[in-house]
Design a protein around this ligand. Structure first.
Ligand SMILES: NC(=O)C1=CN([C@@H]2O[C@H](COP(=O)(O)OP(=O)(O)OC[C@H]3O[C@@H](n4cnc5c(N)ncnc54)[C@H](OP(=O)(O)O)[C@@H]3O)[C@@H](O)[C@H]2O)C=CC1
Ligand SMILES: N[C@@H](CC=O)C(=O)O
Length: 401
């Protein structure tokens, strides 16, 4: 039987998971692809850290040796950062290889160029693992939502942040200890700044936006806030009031363009994200025909990510449907949307800027207000934090949202 020859770029958490899964699921892959699937080369940065998983595999720190292998059909990218990864994948596509990537930072920056190049060279480009780990959200939007106009996508897209927030609440762990645990479990990025400051979720939102709306949000106008400012005291107070912190990315098509926010919010038990805990991610998609679809599953880790990569591998010979853009854009003017916010800290209602409408004081240190998004950024008071409340919220018997 002939074989599909694969090179693996990176042999860390994801790379090792992919190698292991190719071995453990060889029979299923052969049945699907009609050929044996062989990993023939592995690229790493520091060769002294590694041993070959098999005598026949080329283990190298030199990409030239990978790209000039005699037989090479697929390149799987599980390395970090935009460069030199983008250059490597361009070379692989030009050589006629199918490419699969898990690298969202690189793909958020260069996904459009790679899609174009892959289409010109007649190869497939899989990027399921770039968003929400093991959840098949990319294939869902790509293959199953072709006629629907997607209006909004909202999600918990970073496993590390959700894991940290859950550990801080459930086990009273300080932020730093919860982050260390996430690193030990292989959830966090090499530089965890990407996770805890919201860059990773933002990159994923950019990838989803290009897929769902055919365009990226304006990077400079997007709101990106991480979870570092959330203190154990805030977690405890809001928890006692029935709220959980979630780090949520929202992308919405509006008259003035794609609006993207990535920020910590509060949800109560009625909100679908309330029970999305630990390393779980969730993605909620609003389509004009189907209504709301929600997907939930492990958002990071060795095997969930390997699962996404392997499912892309199973699709290398399937024809992609053309992307049907431009999809219908909303008409009219963007109305300034009011939402509800919990303002925590030592805050006196009388000194808040207008147009903040004070609804209730539900705790000595928490005021509930109604205000447009921009107003939050007009509050410059020391030790005062404002968190948007998502979903239906009832105070004194009245439903607010
Ligand atoms: N961990 C996860 O849960 C998920 C990760 N991802 C993405 O997958 C990719 C890999 O993540 P992960 O496995 O966790 O990362 P790791 O840090 O565990 O592994 C990265 C691997 O890439 C190699 N590498 C890094 N830079 C280079 C380079 N310039 N040239 C050659 N090799 C290089 C490293 O080599 P060496 O070992 O020698 O240092 C290492 O083997 C990242 O882009 C990440 O964002 C996506 C979804 C989930
Ligand atoms: N660091 C990322 C890994 C998966 O994308 C996360 O925690 O979500």
């Amino acid at each position: 039987m002939s074989a599909i020859h694969i090179a693996l770029l990176g042999y860390g958490t994801v790379g090792k998971g992919v190698y292991q899964t190719v071995q453990s699921h060889q029979k299923k892959l052969q049945a699907l692809l009609g050929k044996e699937v062989k990993i023939v080369g592995i690229l790493v940065k520091n060769i002294n850290k590694h041993t070959k998983p098999d005598e026949d595999v080329l283990l190298t720190d030199d990409f030239e040796k990978i790209i000039t292998l005699d037989q090479l059909d697929v390149v799987i990218d599980a390395i970090v950062g935009t460069d030199p990864c983008f250059t490597y994948l361009q070379q692989a596509i030009k050589r006629g290889c199918h490419v699969i990537t898990a690298n969202k930072e690189m793909f958020a920056h260069h996904g459009g160029q790679l899609k174009q190049l892959a289409s010109e060279n007649g190869v497939s480009l899989g990027f399921e693992a770039t968003v929400a780990g093991g959840i098949p959200v990319i294939q869902t939007i790509k293959q199953l939502l072709n006629v629907n106009n997607v209006d909004k996508v909202q999600g918990i897209l970073n496993g590390t942040s959700n894991f940290i927030l859950t550990k801080m609440r459930e086990e009273n762990l300080p932020f730093a200890s919860a982050l260390k645990l996430a690193q030990e479990k292989g959830y966090a990025e090499a530089d965890p700044t990407n996770d805890v400051d919201g860059y990773d979720a933002f990159y994923k939102a950019v990838i989803l936006s290009e897929l769902a709306f055919g365009e990226a949000p304006n990077w400079d106008e997007s709101i990106r806030e991480g979870i570092r400012g959330i203190t154990p005291e805030q977690v405890e107070i809001f928890s006692s009031l029935g709220f959980r912190f979630k780090h949520v990315a929202s992308i919405e098509r509006t008259v003035s363009g794609i609006q993207c926010t990535v920020k910590p919010v509060l949800v109560n038990v009625q909100h679908p994200f309330y029970h999305v805990e630990g390393v779980q991610n969730a993605v909620s998609i609003d389509g004009d025909i189907v209504g709301n679809i929600s997907l939930q599953g492990p958002g990071a880790g060795m095997l969930p990510t390997a699962s996404a990569v392997i499912e892309d591998l199973a699709h290398i010979n399937r024809k992609n449907l053309p992307e049907a853009f431009p999809k219908q854009k909303p008409e009219g003017n963007d109305a300034s949307t009011l939402s509800f916010w919990a303002i925590g800290g030592d805050v006196n209602a009388s000194i808040l800027p207008t147009p903040i409408e004070v609804i209730d004081r539900i705790h000595p240190n928490v005021l509930i207000v109604r205000a447009p998004e921009e107003t939050k950024y007009a509050i410059h008071l020391p030790n005062v934090h404002a968190y948007q409340i998502l979903g239906d919220v009832a105070f004194r018997g009245a439903v607010l949202n």
